[in-house]
Design a protein. Structure first.
Length: 332
């Protein structure tokens, strides 16, 4: 009997805790992230070779709080380059968890293939007792090697759960089940190296996305400003003076804005800075309000501030017309 050919999966390594190293096996914080190479990560999980023909490529080896737009653009180009080739059936990306959701959403909007792209990471370094990275990597390869993962856009797979890049976020600082989609819900689970899907995101992504970063070398600057009591306009003015193209305001409740802060945002808008109203709450929609419409502020729908920033950066590569950008927030 002819042996069935295994899927061909490429693992791209960016660093993070999954490649981290602590002083001893009980150290689960204050370790050094982004130390181990992609070869070390794969060698630690030899069973991946029973799932797929695996090869690895080191994009970067950094803690994810140090991620940059340049790394995003490099990743998008590399993923697209790989998935355009017939000898690659899917991609797994190992990444630090601090900004994993932002990188995932950026790729969700810029990868031009229905082939699986799976983001994995870890909350404990590789040297830790009960390190979660090896199983997350194993499940990531199993997910990327499965035909059922096609067409879902970029997936986040940690702790046996499968989530959409759009709706999954880090909700705990250190727990191994830190990632969840509280209101939108998980897409499914990984059990015994098999994916079990129950839902599919209806928002546009990958092959249905209008964003293309092929010829882009730099993304527009967008800043996030966090609302609080007794707020000011100082940081808004500073961002404008620094040349920001957009401001994401993480407001109170349903996008609430302190009066003095609103004045600063209105002045910024008059100078051509695009303002997006989001919420610091983390769940629920931010709705369009008459006072915001009058000031040409945009509503983020239910995207959290960090993902709204990603979408606004990409939107600004195409247009600065607020009506067009609001349309994008309604469909992505």
């Amino acid at each position: 009997m002819k042996k069935e050919k295994l899927p061909r999966i490429t693992i791209l390594a960016v660093g993070g805790t999954i490649a981290g190293k602590g002083a001893n096996i009980t150290q689960t914080t204050q370790y050094e992230a982004g130390v181990l190479t992609i070869e070390s990560l794969i060698d630690a999980v030899p069973d991946v070779y029973s799932l797929a023909e695996v090869n690895g490529y080191q994009i970067a080896n950094i803690p994810s709080f140090a991620i940059t737009d340049e790394v995003w653009l490099q990743l998008a180009r590399k993923v697209n380059e790989l998935l355009w080739q017939p000898h690659c059936d899917g991609v797994v990306i190992t990444h630090g968890t601090d900004t994993l959701e932002e990188t995932a959403y950026f790729l969700h909007l810029t990868v031009k293939s229905e082939k699986p792209v799976v983001m994995v990471g870890a909350l404990r370094p590789a040297t830790s007792l009960s390190a979660d990275g090896p199983l997350n990597l194993y499940n990531g390869v199993a997910l990327a090697a499965s035909n059922i993962a096609r067409g879902h856009g970029v997936l986040i797979s940690l702790n046996g759960r499968i989530g959409s890049a759009r709706d999954t976020s880090k909700l705990h600082t250190t727990a191994t089940d830190a990632f969840a989609s509280p209101e939108a819900g998980l897409l499914g689970y990984m059990l015994d190296n098999k994916p079990h899907f129950y839902y599919k995101s209806l928002r546009r992504h990958t092959v249905d996305s209008e964003f293309d970063v092929t010829g882009i070398s730099q993304l527009p600057r967008v800043d996030i400003l966090y609302a609080h009591s007794q707020d000011t306009r100082d940081l808004i003015d500073a961002a404008v003076n620094a040349g920001t193209a957009g401001v994401v305001h993480a407001g109170t409740g349903n996008g609430g804005i302190f009066p003095l802060t609103r004045q600063g945002l209105q002045d910024a808008s008059k100078q051509g800075v695009v303002i997006v109203s989001t919420s610091r709450i983390g769940n629920g929609m931010v709705t369009t309000k008459p006072i915001d419409m009058k000031s040409h502020f945009l509503a983020s729908d239910n995207l959290n501030p960090q993902k709204a920033r990603v979408l606004l950066q990409l939107a600004l590569t195409k247009t600065n017309q607020t009506t067009e950008i609001q349309r994008m927030f309604q469909i992505y």
